[in-house]
Design a protein around this ligand. Structure first.
Ligand SMILES: [Zn+2]
Ligand SMILES: [Zn+2]
Length: 148
């Protein structure tokens, strides 16, 4: 009886060939896995950044809304202030200090501080106010109080 080679040369060669293909395949798989992990990390990073941006956007939006509310409140207060303090031109017929009657030549002037109405002589001075750095017309009484 003649013993044949248990693994014939071609089979052996095929086995080696398969083995090297397997190694190459494993390498490729590892590279792909690394790549997919990397892209997953990147993906997570993008999601995180997106969330941060979204959060910041929300923060800004609520800050903006708060500002708008504050602004509205201030505006209401300012309007109240103006309505309370500014006399209507039509209600006043004479200077509130010297009592001179207003006419075409004697014009009405609002004191920007107390809001009362005076003739030109009784409100001839200008001074800066808390609400305005630029000097504005004030009555003599207010001028005295503001500059003393
Ligand atoms: Zn006057
Ligand atoms: Zn005044």
């Amino acid at each position: 009886m003649q013993w044949s080679n248990p693994i014939p040369a071609p089979l052996d060669w095929r086995y080696e060939n398969l083995e090297s293909k397997l190694i190459v395949g494993q390498d490729e798989r590892r590279v792909l896995l690394e790549r997919s992990l990397a892209s997953e990390n990147k993906h997570d990073k993008y999601i995180f950044e997106n969330q941060q941006l979204l959060k910041r956007n929300n923060d800004l939006e609520s800050a903006l809304q708060e500002l708008a509310r504050e602004y509205q409140g201030l505006q209401i207060q300012t309007n109240k202030h103006i309505n309370r303090r500014w006399l209507e031109d039509s209600d006043v017929f004479a200077c509130m200090k010297c009592n001179q009657q207003f006419s075409v030549t004697v014009r009405k002037h609002h004191c920007r501080n107390c809001g009362n109405i005076f003739c030109d002589q009784c409100s001839s001075k200008n001074t800066p106010l808390a609400a305005s750095k630029k000097p504005v017309r004030v009555c003599d009484q207010c001028y005295k109080e503001l500059t003393s």
